[in-house]
Design a protein around this ligand. Structure first.
Ligand code: ATP
Ligand code: MG
Length: 567
């Protein structure tokens, strides 16, 4: 350790909001170069290598083959699938000296599909799964939390190619099991949830979430049947709204004055009604034209669900101009009654409102006693809202949904032919017919996984690494380096154990024992061997970071006992 670059910090760095970020900085593992861009120091890099090695071993065991694709990617491939435009600002775009467009790879579906279409023709060569461990670039809106959400970060990504859905299903299951083995070996507690496919797209996908209070994601799970989903994709069971069973109002729909009252709170407060009675009308623009989406006043729309339902690539809230054009009134008074030339989609909860209130498409006016089908007819009624705690489970429809927090460390997708069809990436089947590959893709954030391990296991003194990814497993600490006897024994144990594993470190710094112990706990070495006072009685002290358990061991047994920890 006297030669190791591990600049530990006594004070908490101000910019760090979560334990993993704070502790990796304090333990001298990483340093920030720019927002979301980090340098790895020796200890940090060792952790990254441990995580990558576990991933590599398990991917190899699964039958996947390692490749290494470029990071500097020509725009043409991205234009073939249309993602050059769709990816938006998250894509780091650059031009070469000839003014040709390139980007720094945020993910590699196009690149791998191109490689495979140029080099594999026959169904006999399928299935195939290729993976790489590589730096990715994404210009995130909010890079934060250190390695959790970087703009430059390391990812294991893999892509599989098939000639049938059944073959894809089999490999997807193989990857699911492989991911479980990876996260089990690392020693993480996680939940697998159904997820939205986001910008990568395609069909079914699942996320591996490490459970942690500091996680950015909300996980919805049913306490009775075990269904679990991300916030974006959590379905909603057919639940009862207040008043269901109460028959629809007999009153005629009526216009009422609501001067300057626009928001749900303002209107419901002014009219002295519950937000559950309000029909919130959101005007969205899509590449297939505008849409009016209706959700109950106390609910929020789920854009991912709306997108999927409409089969569009993009939905965005309409601006003032479009709203005024569609509703022929200022913003704040939109409602479904009398709306023309626009598709109207209602959430299932809206359909159950017995006596609704909504905008009148007229300045300073709302409508009361509004009833679906009688006063307005949506084209479709479907689940388009965000789930909330205590919703009925969409799967068993008996249990209720709970919410917990997690960190997405891995994501597996069934892509189908989304990329291969657009890129004319075909193979020849038994009858010599060209068919697009059926694909899957599978990602793990390497740095994020390391950070998640810290979020899950730390205390006031520092990191508590799971042994599988600790930078060193055993820290040998002579209490006083000036004492010849202590140093000699320390060096002897060090050289014996390093025959078994490189994961041993010797703290030969001429520091006080207190400083060395503090650093050891901060960095989070799983086992400390303290060679100090007890040596007079022929003993050394072995202390475990996780439990704090300490025991004195006779010098004669030390190597054998520590070899046990190594194993
Ligand atoms: P998020 O929703 O957190 O932005 P994502 O859905 O965009 O993640 P994928 O495209 O599925 O992520 O990428 C695969 C994996 O890469 C993720 O599961 C995550 O572990 C990791 N990852 C994604 N973005 C980042 C980032 N900005 N920094 C670090 N790791 C990341
Ligand atoms: Mg993302």
């Amino acid at each position: 350790m006297s030669r190791l670059l591990a600049p530990t910090l006594r004070e908490d760095p101000g910019e760090a909001e979560v334990p993993s970020h704070r502790l990796m900085l304090r333990a001298g593992m990483i340093r920030k170069l720019a927002a979301g861009v980090y340098s790895f120091l020796p200890l940090g890099l060792r952790v990254i290598h441990k995580v990558s090695n576990i991933i590599r071993e398990e991917m190899d065991r699964s039958g996947a083959q390692e490749v290494f694709l470029p990071t500097l990617l020509p725009a043409e491939l991205w234009q073939e699938t249309g993602r050059w435009n769709i990816y938006g600002k998250e894509l780091f775009r650059i031009k070469d000296r000839h003014e040709r467009d390139f980007c720094l790879g945020p993910t590699h579906e196009e690149i791998i599909t191109d490689l495979v279409r140029n080099n594999l023709r026959s169904y006999k060569q399928l299935p195939l799964n290729l993976y790489q461990i590589q730096t990715k670039f994404r210009d995130e809106v909010r890079p934060r939390f250190g390695l959790m959400r970087g703009r430059e970060f390391m990812m294991k990504d893999s892509y599989s190619f098939h000639d049938s859905e059944a073959s894809l299903d089999k490999e997807y299951k193989n990857m699911f099991d492989t991911y479980c083995r990876i996260f089990d070996r690392i020693g993480l507690q996680y939940k697998v949830v159904e997820a939205d496919s986001g910008a990568i797209g395609g069909g079914f996908s699942q996320e591996f979430m490490v459970l942690a209070d500091t996680g950015e994601e909300e996980i919805f799970y049913c306490e009775s049947c075990g269904y679990a989903a991300s916030r974006e994709s959590a379905g909603v069971g057919k639940y009862k709204v207040t008043g269901q069973g109460v028959s629809r109002t007999e009153h005629k729909m009526q216009e009422t004055l609501t001067p300057d009252k626009k928001t749900i709170d303002e209107v419901s407060g002014f009219l002295k009604i519950s937000p559950e009675q309000m029909i919130k009308t959101l005007i969205y623009e899509t590449e297939k034209g505008p849409v009016a989406a209706l959700v109950r006043g106390d609910h929020d729309l789920n854009e991912a669900k709306l997108k999927k339902l409409l089969g569009v690539e993009e939905v965005r809230l309409a601006d003032e101009k479009v709203i005024e054009k569609v509703t022929k009134s200022p913003v704040g008074f939109a409602g479904p009654v009398g709306l023309k030339n626009i598709r109207i989609i209602a959430d299932t909860a809206v359909a159950l409102i017995p006596d609704g209130v909504t905008g009148a498409n007229k300045k300073d006016h709302h409508l009361i006693h509004v009833v679906i089908e009688r006063d307005y007819k949506p084209e479709l009624t479907a689940d388009i809202r965000l789930a909330i705690s205590q919703d009925l489970c969409p799967k068993c429809e008996g249990g209720h949904m709970n919410v917990t927090r997690g960190i997405e460390v891995g994501h597996i997708f069934k892509l189908g032919t989304k990329y291969s069809a657009k890129m004319k990436a075909n193979y020849l089947d038994e009858n010599n017919t060209e068919k697009p590959y059926i694909m899957g893709c599978y990602g793990i954030g390497v740095g994020r996984t390391a950070a998640a391990a810290i979020e899950q296991c730390n205390d006031k003194d520092g990191i508590i690494w799971p042994a599988a990814i600790a930078p060193f497993v055993i820290d040998i600490i002579p209490a006083n380096t000036e004492e010849k006897e202590q140093m000699e024994l320390a060096e002897k144990i060090y050289s014996e154990l390093t025959k078994l594993t490189p994961d041993i470190i010797l703290d030969d710094r001429p520091e006080r024992i207190g400083v060395k112990l503090k650093d050891a706990d901060l960095i989070g070495f799983p086992v400390k061997v303290i060679i100090g006072k007890a040596l007079k009685d022929g003993k050394i002290e072995i202390k475990l970071r996780k439990t704090g358990e300490t025991k004195l061991t006779p010098v004669g047994n030390a190597i054998e006992e520590l070899a046990g920890y190594v194993r």
